[in-house]
Design a protein around this ligand. Sequence first.
Ligand code: SER
Length: 340
Amino acid sequence: MSRQPVVLITGASGEIGHTLIDRLSANPDRPVVTLDLAPLAPAVSGKVRQHYVGSILDQQLLDRILAEFEIDHIYHLAAVLSTRGEFAPMTAHKVNVEGTLMMLEFAQREGESHGRSVMFIYPSSIAAYGISSLDLKNSLGPVGEDSFNTPTTMYGCNKLYGEHLGSYYSKNYRQLSADPVRTRVDFRGLRFPGLISALTTPSGGTSDYAPEMIHAAAQGKPYACFVRPDTRIPFMAMPDAVDAILKLAEAPRERLTRGTYNISAFSPTADEIRQEVLRAFPKAEITTQVDAKRQGIVDSWPAEADDSAARHDWGHAPKFGFEAAFREYLIPTIRRRYSA
Ligand code: SER
């Protein structure tokens, strides 16, 4: 019996997974198989061929998936984010590093079994950066991928290492083996800014103040923002983030000059976000209650990311700038969501 070619999404019940399933399931030729600790949301569960409830660390489960399906693309979204990771660093390391290693090994074995490359899409993060002071951060222009790679969080360390692991698997895997081993992993990483979705709210990140502020306002709930009003980091609207994933996956391999690419769209301050939310919801109660520790993490991330390599190599071009993201996507979609 031949196995069926599919794409696999890990961490599929998370924020990116929700929109990615929607987009990928539009292609009937390549069914979607998903894996997550949690069941899928009802809005997307009907769109996948099969959902496995379980852990990326469960080798038996991975073996079962390998036996049942022929996987050409892996979107490895499962991760413990930056704030949650500081409360449980060992767990974060297990999921973010060991889990990624297991999935890369899974991709290599899968590629060996069907004789083709397995594309491995890996969301890294702005958390891979660590800038040592706010003065230094404020003095920098857009920061390229290879500077300030000194993360301060467990999640950031894990993501940066995941980028290197992926490049290792795609270029140098078992390089000293007596029988040459053909690398079967086509690794492609994206370093995401903070993401804002109208459909879901994040859990456990440190850029969460932006989506939390908007979703709270739309529900008529007060919100205390945990960073200073002048705090600035890059953000992107979820549809553009998923577009970027799909664009990078479609890019011809020979066009790619890097293993992992910065992508970015706009860099508002927390106060600019607040103003934009107030424009839509004038009665919103948004105050500031700085959490010094989370503030420290956000202050170590660049104010702007240089994504010129992504724009040049595979045509990264986000549709939404700051105002358009709010006025054309976030606000109308969130309004509909909470009034339904
Ligand atoms: N949004 C993520 C976080 O805050 C960054 O990748 O952890």
